[in-house]
Design a protein around this ligand. Structure first.
Ligand SMILES: *Cc1c(COP(=O)(O)O)cnc(C)c1O
Length: 376
């Protein structure tokens, strides 16, 4: 029983099937001039057009890469370098993924000024606070589309109404939303938007970024003219074909899947607080991912809970995959000012394409007893 779709998703068998020929018969380098190379290049450019269409972008605005960690690093360093003569102030929300926070902290050590924007108790960025944080030195604002941890969706189109007139590039990490809820680069009015295939039933190690024309962002990898020079290195054609096939499947079934997952999620939200004492639901009530349920249990050790669940082959997480294993509550739970006694007993349940009613029923049946047994 897999309840950790926010950490990664299984690759859809149809995606595997679409990828196979690009490791064998059609293995060529997409930059090779011969006809086998042109075949690979056609597959690559078809994928680019497909991804662009899905996001409401133009093909030339899509750069393929190794995933969102790379995309986020590229965006921060690329913009910071490009605009260092204009200003050296960066604003990032305090609930961003580590792949944004750590590059921002690195830039801070290089002499940039970084504002870590606070959020409210639901994890939402406040527009007025953002507006007040902007100075004439601000060269980048980064706010994620939705939290991988507590599921809160940020008001990106309101945020871009602040950044756009001031000509400040807006970076949106859309890892948790692409393929799950509609993502349109012009509706959000993002300048850079990052995503990763393994979060929507594609393979690991491949992803991409949207870059709005004229956004001041330097190349990330040099040494070839692939990806219009933004990202040198031979493209991962099979991976990119898989990413594109995964987009096709999401385009078809995203709406129905979101509706189904929301029903399961709401069942968890209704039943778990009814059956368990001392529980808190984290994240925004309405503006949240359809597949994310995040709880905190008073006087329970989250890590012990995960172990007990694991023994029943129920796979869940405390928060982001990257912080579990560490003893400290995550930066996100700190940012929403969750009291310690709750933060240590957190449980993230994320649902996906293969979540079934019986999985939800089993969880609702098993969890109350486990919590009782673990109470300190
Ligand atoms: C998974 C994730 C990332 C990192 O993506 P990778 O492709 O695994 O590097 C970044 N941001 C968010 C919000 C994520 O959920």
């Amino acid at each position: 029983m897999y309840f950790d779709y926010a950490a990664t998703t299984p690759v859809d068998p149809q995606v595997v099937e679409a990828m196979l020929p690009f490791w064998t018969d059609q293995f060529a380098n997409a930059s090779s001039p011969h006809s086998l190379g042109r075949l690979a290049n056609t597959a690559l450019e078809d994928a680019r057009a497909n991804v662009a269409d899905f996001l409401g972008a133009q093909p030339k605005e899509i750069v393929f890469n190794s995933g969102a960690t790379e995309g986020n690093n590229h965006a921060l360093y690329g913009v910071a370098n490009s605009l260092k003569g204009i200003g050296r102030h960066i604003i990032v929300s305090s609930v961003e993924h580590h792949s944004i926070l750590e590059p921002a902290e690195f830039l801070q050590r290089q002499g940039y000024k970084v504002t870590f924007l606070p959020v409210d108790k639901c994890g939402t960025v406040d527009i007025k606070t953002l507006e007040a944080a902007i100075t004439d030195q601000t060269i980048l604002v980064a706010v994620m589309h939705a939290s991988n941890e507590i599921g809160t969706i940020q008001p990106i189109s309101d945020i871009s109404k602040i950044t756009r007139p001031r000509k400040i590039p807006l970076l949106v990490d859309a890892c948790q939303t692409v393929g799950h809820i509609p993502v349109h680069v012009d509706d959000l009015d993002a300048d850079i938007l990052t995503f990763s295939a393994h979060k929507f039933y594609g393979p690991k190690g491949v992803g991409g970024m949207y870059i709005r024309p004229k956004t001041p962002v330097e190349s990330y990898l040099r040494g070839g003219d692939q990806e219009r020079g933004f990202r040198a290195s031979t493209q991962n054609v099979s991976g990119i074909v898989g990413l594109s096939k995964a987009i096709d499947l999401c385009r078809q079934s995203m709406t129905d899947e979101a509706r189904q997952q929301m029903a399961f999620r709401d069942q968890l939200f209704k039943e778990i607080p009814r059956l368990v004492e001392g529980v808190r639901v984290n994240g925004h009530q309405e503006d949240r991912l359809p597949n994310n349920a995040h709880f905190s249990f008073d006087r329970v050790e989250g890590e012990s809970l995960l172990m007990v669940l694991d023994m029943k082959k129920i796979y869940a997480s405390m928060g982001s995959a990257c912080t579990s294993g560490a003893m400290e509550p995550s930066h996100v739970l700190r940012a929403i000012q969750l009291p310690d006694e709750l933060a240590y007993g957190s449980l993230r349940l994320t649902l996906g394409r293969w979540t079934r009613q019986e999985h939800i029923d089993t969880l609702i049946r098993e969890l109350p007893g486990m919590i009782k047994g673990l109470r300190i």
